[in-house]
Ligand binder design. Structure first.
Ligand code: C2O
Ligand code: CU
Length: 534
């Protein structure tokens, strides 16, 4: 605000004031309209006769094995209340599926929910027909119906599965599970004392239930649904009991609708060894790790003192205790601490990507900008006025932001009133001007496409977007002019406000695929495009 008064005259300031007033009035009207809809299109929320959700089972699958997964209605205890939730096989998170790289497994899926769903196998380079995108790769699966998914697992790493239909509701309620693809090379990962997997999540509780969801409209479309209760693996009180001196490898997945986590483990160092699609070229140590929705990180941590270590989310506005690691005084049987202190190179990864370094100096093939269309929310001339006046002033309508990331829901009222009807998030091709589903790239298998993602900072509400590509993997080449010297295969990249991020998409898997923002409410608000691999 201060900056603005200094370098602008008073007239635009007045227009801005009027503009803001109009927004507030519109929002109050919208909130009123949405809240008075309670009887119109609420989902069933009763809990009678529901079983309590269970902890995930670990399922080892061999080549060509088949496994049955049902989406089921359960209840869970959160914040002292029993809440109607969903679980794969009644579990939150769903079963952890483990299989060797190169295997093919089948999942017989049955929908036992009270609404349509599909299952998307996030990050897998599988056959297009099993990608789980409604009306693109399959019909929505109706309650009571069954669908057989056949999954190829060509790449090592931690992947995950979740619905691709009303993700904002179904995933928030507990439909998410991991698939660990075990590398075929035995020395691909370091030796550790144990492996753990963690879903970082949050849930928005209002009184004694999740705050309202509506059948026909997705609310909180502006910033996405921030939770007020933090969860690890669906629980508020995650605790891991280990021995002194253990080196633990954690596979971490962010399954939140919109929240970006900044993971910290005070008094311990985090060794980052991999991300979405396997290992980094070179391991590195860090004290904190930013993890956007749907991203995965593989880290190793040495717990060399007895006592309690906290898993924390520390952002510029708030600190949260997510869970704890309790270390006993008993020594671990095998001491791997000296190995842990080394930062190794992964020669498999180095070899795999050595040919790709040359793309760093190439011009982008495609430029996409990430933007917001607010037209429905107020008159378009008012939008333009706002846009005009806010040009260059990026601290206006969002105060919970730093490093280009909106860490908290600082405008809950305004956010709640925004819906997928009055907010449209946009992916726009710079060359053709086409947006969202009108974008129709056709690329040939074997090509590498360099894509420049630019997150427009001058819209009425800029914020970060985790951009996810289906069925094909990519490398981040450069971020804001800084060349990436440590490649790792990704399927999701966080693009902060104002950032320019260059990625190299490996076109390897034929079919019709989707790319979209992984903030569930942004996806519902249109922030997606399709591309065809021939
Ligand atoms: Cu994890 Cu299209 O999504
Ligand atoms: Cu987004």
């Amino acid at each position: 605000m201060k900056k603005m008064t200094e370098n602008s005259s008073k007239i635009p300031y007045l227009i801005l004031g009027i503009g803001l007033l109009v927004i507030v009035i519109t929002l109050v009207a919208v909130i009123f309209a949405v809240n008075s809809n309670d009887t119109l299109g609420n989902f069933e929320r009763g809990i009678s006769n529901l079983e309590l959700s269970r902890n995930p089972e670990i399922i080892d699958l061999n080549y060509r094995d088949t496994y049955q997964i049902n989406a089921e209605i359960v209840k869970t205890n959160i914040n002292g209340n029993e809440i109607r939730m969903f679980g794969y096989n009644g579990q939150i998170p769903g079963p952890l599926l483990k299989a060797k790289q190169g295997s093919k497994i089948s999942i017989d899926f049955t929908n036992k929910l009270d609404q349509e769903t599909t299952v998307h196998w996030h990050g897998l380079r599988l056959d297009n027909a099993f990608d789980g995108v409604p009306d693109l790769t399959q019909k929505p699966i109706k309650p009571g119906e069954t669908f057989r998914y056949e999954l190829n697992l060509p790449d090592p790493g931690m992947y995950w599965y979740h619905p691709h239909l009303r993700e904002d509701y179904q995933q928030e309620l507990g439909l998410y599970g991991n698939i660990l693809v075990i590398p075929k090379e035995e020395d691909y990962f370091n030796k550790v004392n144990r492996e753990e997997f963690i879903f970082l999540d949050d849930i928005q509780i209002d009184r004694n239930d999740v705050s309202s969801f509506y059948k026909d409209v997705t609310t909180q479309a502006l910033m996405g649904r921030f939770g007020n209760i933090m969860l690890i693996n669906g629980k508020e009180d995650y605790t891991l009991n280990i021995k002194k001196g253990e080196v633990v490898r954690f596979f971490i997945t962010n399954s939140a609708n919109t929240r970006t986590f900044n993971l910290n483990i005070p008094n311990a160092e985090i060794k980052v060894i991999g991300s979405d699609g396997g290992a980094y070229e070179k391991e590195f140590f860090t004290e904190e790790l930013i993890i956007a929705p749907s991203e995965r990180y593989i880290i190793e941590v040495l717990f060399d003192n007895p006592g309690v270590y906290n898993l924390m989310n520390i952002n510029p506005l708030k600190q949260y205790n997510l869970g704890k690691i309790s270390v006993s005084t008993e020594n671990v049987a095998e001491d791997l601490s000296s190995e842990f202190l080394k930062t190794n190179e992964n020669n498999y990864m180095i070899k795999e990507v050595s040919e790709l370094k040359k793309y760093i100096n190439k011009d982008p093939d495609v430029e996409l900008s990430l933007d917001l269309n607010f037209e429905g929310m107020m008159g378009s001339s008012m939008t333009q006025n706002m846009d005009h006046n806010m040009h260059g002033n990026t601290g206006m309508i969002h105060s919970g932001e730093s490093n280009g990331i909106e860490w908290e829901d600082t405008m809950a009222m305004m956010n709640f009133g925004s819906t997928d009807n009055n907010v449209q998030w946009i992916i726009k091709d710079k060359k053709t001007g086409k947006t969202n589903e009108d974008i129709d790239y056709k690329w040939n298998k074997g090509e590498f496409v360099k894509i420049r993602l630019f997150n427009e900072p001058n819209s009425i509400h800029p914020m970060q977007h985790p951009i996810h590509f289906h069925g094909n993997r990519f490398i981040v080449l450069e971020k804001d002019g800084e060349v990436n010297k440590n490649f790792v295969w990704k399927d999701t990249v966080l693009v902060p406000k104002g950032s320019t991020t260059d990625i190299l998409l490996e076109i390897s898997n034929p079919g019709n695929w989707m790319a979209h923002c992984h903030i569930a409410e942004h996806l519902e608000s249109g922030m997606m495009m399709e591309f065809e691999v021939i």
